[in-house]
Design a protein around this ligand. Structure first.
Ligand SMILES: [Zn+2]
Length: 492
């Protein structure tokens, strides 16, 4: 019997790039071909119509635990004025027990505010607000006190506690200093991770690449996998010093621990992205895990079967990760295939050709959301930013699409639209390139599109993990043999 899916099929199978119908039985694809042939061949099959049918949609860069937490915290997205944020905080704490934490996130500020505004808004609640890029936090006096941070607290390695003239913390924390406060929050739980994953599944994703969640979350992911509770296929990266998994491996059928995630630098909107040219207000940002001295660590990751996943946003961060790849290649290591760059947001002209053959994971929503920060850099540097259209023309590049949720919401409709219509003007991707980067390529870089029961292609014998679209909006997904509609409230 089975299920006959009818519509324009993007197969990503070189043997048959296009088709009009797919016959699915259980969780396997049995037949692919022209609609009339399959209609005649399977008259009894249940028929489901969609405008497009693609391999399952992948979210190639997401923080599912953080996203699960964000779904439950004060939403400050779109706010750029600290006074407005303080007003929201004042409202939010009214309904809360004094002494309990208020968490929030999503703002973008042009300057680093002090804690006075927050102290007035919430004198009796510790408040922890993360910037949209997650590379900074704004906190009040109560939060500093809870975390035990005062004028005598030294800056942690890779972090900065901003201080006033008297040396007292101002309430603004950069990069790894954020962790000092995070450590005193109520710890996240397995349910927070599950909530984030379930939301992704409800949006039509069948797989997600989780990027460096906090220690402990890898254990929860493993438990969910073993309990058969993962709502989508999950590719996992762990932090460099974490030993939850000592080598790349599968846990159950749906968890693939594949990578180790490092940060070459911070982020543009917090002015911690490591730029070769200085910021207009001075400084070059912050190298974090410096690629210039990580050759042995990365070689060790590769030996353990891991992909080395590098967050690199600024021009110098990208340049130094590429230099690291080239040094490892010179030693005969498969670094071009097994080191992956996340964001690759600012790339100098001279470095562009050096990216050929690399896996580059990009988040087009950031290009729209970063406009102001980009304008502050000056028009001369705009051309170095968000070059995914140019990446696609480099030989052998494997482009992957994602949202970086909670930095931007995991909205496939918006992501796809911005991928095709570049927010900074210039060349985006065509539809076939964009869908490839959103479905086939993220499966292929993990080796999922090879072997028995491959994923990421629509071909007989492949796994029926598919997404159904109404034009550029996912409307349903097929996962483990079950067809479910995308929640209307998540459509963009
Ligand atoms: Zn991220």
């Amino acid at each position: 019997m089975g299920m006959l899916l009818l519509g324009r099929v993007w197969t990503f199978d070189p043997a048959r790039p296009r088709a009009g119908a797919v016959l699915v039985e259980g969780d396997l694809i049995r037949d692919v071909g022209p609609a009339e042939d399959l209609r005649a061949r399977y008259p009894e099959a249940r028929r489901v119509r969609a405008s497009w049918i693609t391999p399952g949609l992948h979210e190639a860069h997401v923080h599912p635990l953080q996203w699960g937490l964000a779904l439950e915290t004060l939403d400050l997205r779109g706010l750029e004025d600290p006074r407005e944020v303080a007003r929201r905080v004042r409202e939010a704490v009214r309904a809360r027990e004094p002494g309990t934490w208020l968490r929030g996130g999503g703002y973008v500020f042009d300057a680093y505010p002090g804690r006075a505004l927050l102290d007035q808004a919430a004198p009796h609640h510790p408040v922890f607000l993360e910037s949209r890029d997650l590379h900074a936090a704004w906190v009040n006096a109560a939060a500093l006190e809870r975390a035990g941070i005062d004028g005598t607290t030294p800056d942690p390695p890779g972090g900065k506690i901003l201080r006033d003239a008297a040396g007292e913390p101002t309430g603004y924390l950069l990069e790894r200093a954020v962790e000092l406060v995070r450590a005193s929050l109520e710890p996240p739980r397995k349910d927070d991770l599950l909530r984030g994953l379930q939301d992704l599944a409800a949006r039509g994703f069948t797989a997600a690449h989780a990027m460096g969640e906090e220690d402990g979350a890898g254990t929860w992911a493993g438990e969910l996998a073993q309990e058969g509770r993962l709502p989508l296929r999950l590719a996992w990266t762990q932090r460099p010093n974490e030993n939850t998994y000592t080598k790349a491996q599968y846990v159950g059928e749906h968890l693939h621990v594949f990578g180790v995630k490092r940060f070459a630098d911070g982020a543009l909107t917090s002015r911690t992205a490591w730029m070769c040219a200085p910021y207009p207000e001075g400084g070059h940002g912050m190298p974090l895990d410096d690629p210039r001295d990580h050759d042995e660590e990365v070689a060790g990751d590769l030996a353990r079967g891991f992909t080395a996943v590098w967050h690199a946003i600024g021009t110098c961060a990208v340049r130094e990760v590429v230099a690291l790849i080239e040094r490892l290649e010179a030693r005969g290591l498969p670094a071009r295939r097994r080191v992956r760059i996340e964001h690759a947001q600012h790339v100098a002209d001279a470095d562009l050709p050096r990216l050929a053959g690399l896996a580059l994971s990009v988040q087009p929503q950031h290009a729209a959301d970063d406009r102001r920060a980009l304008e502050r850099l000056g028009s001369a540097r705009m051309g170095e930013a968000y070059r995914w259209g140019e990446f696609a023309r480099l030989p052998g590049v494997r482009l992957l699409l994602g949202s970086d949720a909670p930095v931007a919401p995991p909205e496939p409709g918006r992501t796809l639209q911005l991928t095709r219509n570049h927010p900074l003007g210039g060349r985006g991707l065509d539809l076939a390139q964009a869908l490839r980067a959103y479905t086939h390529e993220p499966a292929a870089v993990l080796g999922w599109s090879e072997g028995e029961r491959p994923l990421g292609i629509v071909a007989p014998g492949a796994r029926a993990e598919l997404t159904l679209w109404d034009e550029a909006q996912p409307v349903a997904r097929l996962w483990r043999g079950v067809l479910t509609s995308v929640m209307k409230s998540t459509r963009t």
